[in-house]
Design a protein around this ligand. Structure first.
Ligand code: SAM
Ligand code: SF4
Ligand code: SF4
Length: 335
């Protein structure tokens, strides 16, 4: 086993070979479940990783055994040097992916192709223009839809992330599933999760079980089937019988999948978060800038990872709002 694999292995035997890098905590949308109403306080540019710092820190992770990197944010594509970062990271021996709100995809699609990025996740919470405007507090529906179509026309593997919220878009679950019948698109329903500033209450969330029973109501018990999940998949995957696409459910609230977690996060200001819900962080950027070896810091962060949701094993613990008020908002974590 290469040395690096040990450093990325935690106490529970999970090897963290998937790095999610947030390129910015800014965004051109204001999704209410992600970005606090008051926004994220602006901080000086020096607080954030520069192009060469992103690439160099990412390369260290790759040396240690990371095999997959996903760029996220905030909105990763609003960074002026996003193309430069993408091009440099694509030269590393990793599978590179991007999670985006889709608005700027047309500007980057040639770069994605040139860098052999084939998997793009686009967030879209409704198939209705007015609803998307209400959820995101901006009016970009047409642009997002035409960019999704452009990705499909150019044969990208497109996943659509849908945060399902009661009274907001839960009545569209089966319309999203119907979309996968004729279109080779991969819809992923995400249970609404608690983060700093998003005023989470589980009564506004919709569970895996409820999503499945809505699918059964509309398509019948034999109208769709469970399909094999890939290793370390966060989602439970399904397909309409004869469907060209798939749908999946990411149930971090009602059915966490932490036992196979292989993800570690690097925030735009250069901190490691060893779990989405972790309130403690490891400052890599300051160490990197002072010329220190960051590998022991990475090793420590991995070793200190808790078994489940940063120690919130139960629904009661997850529902304690005091815990989340200490966590960042999702827009500044990098989902
Ligand atoms: N801006 C990009 C986008 O929207 O795809 C990337 C960053 S966004 C934080 C990454 C993912 O996190 C999105 O799919 C978004 O829907 C999801 N997300 C944000 N807040 C969430 C919450 N409270 N619960 C569940 N998923 C959330
Ligand atoms: Fe921006 Fe993505 Fe958060 Fe929406 S979900 S506010 S697009 S970072
Ligand atoms: Fe991994 Fe934390 Fe998500 Fe569980 S909650 S899957 S440990 S990031």
């Amino acid at each position: 086993m290469p040395q690096g694999t040990h450093i990325l292995k935690d106490r529970f035997g999970r090897v963290h070979d998937y790095l999610r890098i947030s390129l910015t905590e800014r965004c051109n949308l204001r999704c209410f479940y992600c970005m606090p109403l008051e926004g994220v306080p602006l901080r000086p540019k020096e607080h954030f990783m520069r192009t060469e710092e992103v690439v160099s820190i990412a390369s260290t992770f790759v040396d240690l055994g990371v095999k997959k990197i996903r760029l996220t944010g905030g909105e990763p594509l609003i960074r002026k040097d996003a193309e430069n970062i993408i091009r440099q990271l694509s030269a590393l021996p990793v599978k590179l992916g991007i999670t985006t709100n889709g608005i700027l995809v047309d500007r980057y699609i040639d770069c994605f192709e040139a860098c052999e990025i084939r998997s793009i996740n686009v967030s879209l919470d409704s198939l209705m223009r007015d609803r998307v405007a209400a959820i995101t507090r901006r009016d970009y529906f047409d642009r997002i839809m035409s960019n999704i179509q452009m990705l499909l026309d150019r044969d990208f593997h497109v996943k659509i992330n849908v945060v399902v919220m009661r009274g907001t878009n839960d009545d569209e679950v089966t319309d999203f599933i119907e979309w996968t019948r004729q279109t080779p698109i991969h819809v992923r329903f995400i249970e609404f999760m608690p983060f700093g500033g998003n005023r989470w209450e589980w009564k506004n969330g919709v569970s895996l079980d409820e999503i499945l029973s809505r699918a059964t109501e509309r398509f019948g018990p034999f109208g769709f089937e469970r399909i094999t999940d890939s290793p370390n998949d966060t989602a439970k995957n399904y397909r309409l019988k004869g469907g060209r696409g798939t749908f999946a459910i990411i149930s971090s609230v009602t059915n966490p999948f932490c036992d196979t977690c292989n993800r570690i996060r690097l925030t735009a200001d250069g901190k490691i978060k060893n779990c989405l819900f972790s309130n403690s962080e490891t400052d890599l950027l300051t160490a990197f800038r002072s010329g220190k070896d960051i590998k022991p810091l990475i090793a420590d962060a991995v070793l200190n990872k808790k078994a489940v949701r940063s120690g919130m094993n139960t629904m009661e613990q997850l529902s304690d709002s005091d815990v989340h008020s200490d966590n960042r908002s999702m827009v500044s974590i990098g989902g």
